[in-house]
Design a protein around this ligand. Structure first.
Ligand code: ATP
Length: 377
């Protein structure tokens, strides 16, 4: 590897996998030690059996990822196949993704200052990628990684996104991502340039959605009334007509980013007093498990209620047969009482269901808060 970059070997025995620090649709990410340098790295293990792309496509994407050279974009040190997994070795980002952080400790989203810094760094990454002819296509809070010194990097570029792409999307990825430099020069001389010009703006749309994601729960336009510039910036990204969306370069000049603090200052507030990343992953897993148990209990409850209603109806039918001998006024009164009973049951059932549905959606935040308190104790 040239350009003064450190070389990393493709020997799995040179890496000691430690704790799991993240899990995506097709991959698990581990904190690891690269033994020859005694350096902490992240190893993303992609399950090739769960991927749609062939190995050559995946290799090419990983190679593209290793050509990236920008402080705000995660670059792969190297990648190689180990049994049915592709290992992608990359710098370890001690605080994980923004999504992760929000789930564990900022369920209401981040404050304006933090959002401004994180988004500005992300935008710098996008501006670089677009200038190089790349389209990220998977901009989201789960792919914005942070470290304890306030470094922000856009991750997951060109590897996991391609895994599930098929048809047009896959073709366009191969065209625009697989051969960026040649393509970039060629497209200046062809109609395809127009296509490229439009396509990269999908990243701007996702960027707008990511901005809302980071502010989620904040009701961003109410809790912080002065966020007018934020609102305006997001609205610019979420214009339906792609040609009217701004470029990353233009967005960077927006007043919302002009006032953004450097991340090493603003991120301190959200990173303070948290357990290490791998502990947080465990907490989230426990919460996920609790949610599954709650769902299971809900199913059992519903099953019992439906069973009970069924039995009640059967009892009613049996009683009606017996009542045929009774005088009609008495029959009427009794059946009215039964109908009221069944109706009450149904109303209780609906209320109970709504209550549990609401609880189970709120559960993850409460669960995390409780678990987190336990860890801190
Ligand atoms: N270099 C890294 N350092 C530290 N943590 C990481 C690193 N890369 C990924 N992670 C953590 O692992 C999680 C899963 O990573 P991955 O890239 O597979 O996730 P994803 O993009 O959220 O999933 P998907 O592939 O389904 O889109 C991330 O959300 C992040 O918390």
């Amino acid at each position: 590897m040239g350009g003064g970059r450190k070389a990393y070997s493709a020997l799995p025995t040179d890496y000691k996998l430690l704790e799991e620090v993240g899990c995506g649709a097709s991959a698990t990410v581990y904190r690891a030690i690269y033994l020859p340098y005694n350096e902490v790295v992240a190893v993303k293990c992609l399950d090739l059996d769960r991927c749609n792309s062939n190995l050559d496509d995946i290799r090419r994407e990983a190679q593209t990822m290793s050509l990236i050279d920008h402080p705000n974009v995660i670059r792969a040190h190297c990648s190689f196949v180990v049994e049915r997994f592709l290992w992608v070795v990359m710098p370890y980002m001690t605080e994980g993704s923004c999504l992760h952080l929000m789930k564990v400790a900022h369920t209401e989203g981040f404050e304006e200052q933090v959002i401004g810094s994180v988004l500005k760094e992300t935008l710098k990454a996008l501006e670089y990628l677009h200038r190089q002819g790349h389209i990220h296509r998977d901009v989201k809070a789960g792919n914005i990684l942070l470290d304890s010194t306030g470094v922000v990097k856009l991750g997951d570029f060109g590897v996991s996104a391609c895994m599930f792409d098929t048809g047009e999307r896959q073709r366009s990825r191969n065209t625009f991502v697989g051969t960026p430099f040649i393509y970039h020069s060629l497209c200046w001389y062809s109609d395809q340039f127009i296509l490229y010009w439009i396509l990269y703006r999908v990243d701007i749309w996702s960027f707008g959605i990511t901005a809302l994601e980071l502010a989620h729960g904040h009701a961003p336009f109410s809790k912080y009334p002065p966020m007018k510039s934020f609102k305006e910036m997001v609205a610019m990204c979420l214009v339906k007509d792609q040609t009217k969306r701004p470029t990353a370069e233009k967005l960077l000049k927006h007043s919302f980013f002009k006032n953004a603090k450097p991340p090493e200052l603003s991120l301190k507030s959200i990173l303070a007093d948290l357990p290490p990343l791998w502990e947080r992953v465990k907490i989230l897993k426990v919460c996920e498990w609790c949610r599954c148990v709650e769902d299971l209990l809900l199913c059992i409850c519903l099953y019992d209620i439906v069973n009970e209603l069924n039995n009640a109806l059967q009892r009613k039918d049996a009683a009606q047969l017996a009542l045929k001998k009774m005088p009609s006024a008495e029959q009427e009164a009794l059946s009215q009482v039964r109908y009221v009973g069944i109706l009450t049951c149904l109303v209780v059932f609906v209320y109970f269901f709504l209550f549990l549905a609401e609880r189970s959606s709120a559960m993850i935040s409460f669960g995390i808060a409780d678990e987190y308190a336990l860890v801190l104790v």
